[in-house]
Ligand binder design. Structure first.
Ligand code: ACO
Length: 437
């Protein structure tokens, strides 16, 4: 049997190569490895026959092993439970930074100086109001509309108010929409809550912090000035920071995919809000609360765990595509919970959550599947203790995630490697056939 000579790419000088032998043809291919990856497009050189025009594809539902971007924003080591924003450990930024500092960091690559922070905060603060017609738009929703549906549609509607948002190649209008989105997300989220509650809208108070102003728009009633509890204000600020970015998750990928067609940022972020809404992603925090309510008492936990193990249910707030050891955000959240409960009183669901975590962490099923509490397991319990209705939980996540979405959107836009997202498929339908008659 003759051995085919290597074809296709020339072997680079280093040993960072992958040699593939195609047993269909006997040909061998040497593909360069860069940054631990091969280029999928190099696989197209591997052809089963001369009329195979596409060449070899990779089949990867859910992008389990596909890097679609190069990014310098967020680093995650899922095995070691590490999360860093632009190199800073999440534990440090959560403790020492404000949310707007973190937003600046994600968008610009470095933490702001004192002056840069003052200017940035001023800019965001001056865009917290929404056009009065947007208020009318929110008025049009049903009395029981879900806040995430309202948020998604209203963010999309913003693109009609700022037509210059289409000028994504110009830095000045591009940056202006980024500021507007970060500034207006809390306003839209709070207004959608007030709409459902039948309360008059509370306008932004620009003397307050980003989180403090959001609490004001949620809860202000007849008082002349709303003064947030400083512990709850800082807790919410920290929760926003913990959610600010998480590299190429489902919603961020949605933002990047929409952005890859050069759509305006409101349309791209509306796509991200839609992806976040789902119960396997940001919607999990709402589902955790519903699950804890359903379980109802500690003695019913074993029965629930058995149902999960039989595959009848998923343990919401457990498991993560990337973290297979622990989610560092969940650890920080657990500490925040203690501070919040000092102010609000202990959430009765906490005992169920703590016991559920204990049982699950010792159980063979969860250990062997490497399932640990994720960011959503405790966040809902805190939000509920702070008075947020369950339906609002995912909107709180969306507010926090907005700077990350926008940093990733802009990075994709400016990356010369990026192209319109357009995956391939493996067609499984009928071969050509014809309509009779
Ligand atoms: N409860 C019970 N079993 C689970 C869970 C869970 N929460 N999560 C995963 N598994 C099991 C699966 O049944 C599967 O088991 P099998 O191999 O025996 O069939 C195995 O673990 C792998 O699960 P996948 O769904 O393939 O893992 P994937 O990485 O695709 O999913 C996800 C990750 C979606 C987060 C999943 O763990 C899940 O559904 N968790 C519950 C929802 C949740 O909390 N989502 C929030 C994620 S964090 C965030 O978005 C901010």
């Amino acid at each position: 049997m003759s051995v085919a000579q290597p074809v296709a790419t020339k072997a680079p000088a280093t040993t960072d190569t992958l040699t593939i032998r195609d047993d269909r043809t006997g040909k061998t291919y040497v593909l360069p490895i860069q940054d631990g990856a091969i280029k999928s497009s190099d696989l197209s050189k591997i052809k089963g026959s001369p009329d195979d025009l596409l060449g070899m594809l990779t089949y990867d539902p859910g992008f389990m092993a596909t890097a679609a971007v190069k990014s310098s924003i967020t680093y995650i080591d899922g095995d070691r439970g590490i999360l860093r924003y632009r190199g800073y450990p999440i534990e440090e930024v959560a403790q020492k930074c404000t949310f707007l500092e973190v937003a600046y960091l994600l968008l610009n690559g470095d933490l702001p100086t004192g002056q840069q922070l003052a200017d940035w905060s001023d800019e965001v603060t001056h865009h917290t109001f929404i056009h009065e017609n947007i208020k009318k738009f929110i008025d049009g929703f049903r009395h029981d509309a879900h806040p995430m549906g309202m948020l998604m549609s209203t963010v999309a509607a913003l693109s009609t108010f700022y037509p210059e948002a289409k000028r994504i190649a110009d830095e000045t209008p591009r940056r202006k929409q980024i500021v507007r989105l970060i500034a207006k997300m809390p306003t839209i989220a709070a207004f959608s809550y007030r709409h459902v509650a039948g309360l008059p809208y509370a306008y932004p108070d620009n003397d307050l912090s980003y989180a403090g102003n959001f609490l004001n728009m949620m809860w202000k009633t007849t008082e002349l000035k709303y003064r947030p509890d400083p512990i709850l204000e800082r807790a919410l600020e920290t929760l926003f920071i913990l959610h600010a970015d998480h590299e190429q998750n489902c919603s961020t990928s949605a933002v990047r995919v929409v952005g890859s067609s050069k759509a305006d940022p409101y349309s791209a972020v509306a796509g991200g809000v839609g992806a976040l809404y789902g119960p396997l992603h940001g919607g999990a925090n709402e589902q955790v609360l519903r699950m804890l309510e359903d379980i109802g008492s500690v003695d019913r936990i074993p029965e629930h765990i058995e149902r999960v193990k039989k595959g009848e249910l998923r343990l919401m707030g457990f498991g993560h595509r990337v973290y297979k050891n622990y989610d560092p955000r969940a650890k920080i959240i657990k500490r925040i919970a203690d501070q919040v409960f000092e102010v609000t009183g202990r959430n009765r669901l906490l005992d169920i959550a703590l016991e559920l975590e204990k049982v699950a962490l010792e159980d063979e099923y969860f250990v062997s599947h490497r399932l640990y509490p994720n960011v959503d397991f405790y966040s809902g319990i805190i939000y509920q203790a702070m008075g947020f209705p369950v339906e609002m939980f995912t909107s709180l996540f969306a507010i926090g995630r907005t700077p990350g979405w926008l940093a990733q959107w802009e990075e994709g836009l400016l990356d010369p490697d990026q192209k319109i997202a357009r995956p391939r498929q493996i067609y499984t339908g009928p071969a050509e056939r014809h309509v009779e008659g």
